[in-house]
Write a protein of this length. Structure first.
Length: 129
């Protein structure tokens, strides 16, 4: 048995397959997910697991070289925007429509139970060397 970290077997396998420049989306439960990327659906009930719990777990295990969020989060969900900025201070902001259009090209989408607007982030994988 694993000692710690992410315990979800399917998510662990998907994370292990990621390489440099692969994109991973951490999504709230309402983000439309097009056909294409692998989806690991963690949503259990509204709010469980939360976007930030999942993001924190991923940031502990992934090398992230870039992050993209919807600019609308600043006005509509400022608590989420502030929490993302603490974790990913250089997160680029684009329109929500532009973010949604990039989901199809991502390698992995992790759907959370988050039920607040614009709680989504696109992470670009880096390398540890």
């Amino acid at each position: 048995m694993k000692k710690g970290g992410i315990l979800h077997a399917e998510l662990n396998a998907a994370l292990a397959r990621l390489g440099h420049t692969d994109e991973v989306v951490v999504a709230d439960c309402g983000l439309p997910i097009p056909a294409g990327p692998l989806v690991v659906d963690l949503a259990f009930t509204f709010g469980v697991p939360s976007f930030l719990d999942v993001l924190d777990g991923l940031l502990a295990e992934l090398v992230v070289e870039r992050a993209v969020i919807a600019a609308e989060v600043d006005d509509v969900n400022p608590l989420c925007a502030a929490a993302i900025d603490l974790r990913l201070p250089a997160a680029e902001r684009i329109t929500h429509a532009a973010l949604k259009s990039r989901v199809a090209a991502s390698r992995l989408v992790i759907r959370t139970g988050e039920a607040t607007p614009y709680a989504n982030v696109l992470l670009t994988c880096g390398v540890p060397f």
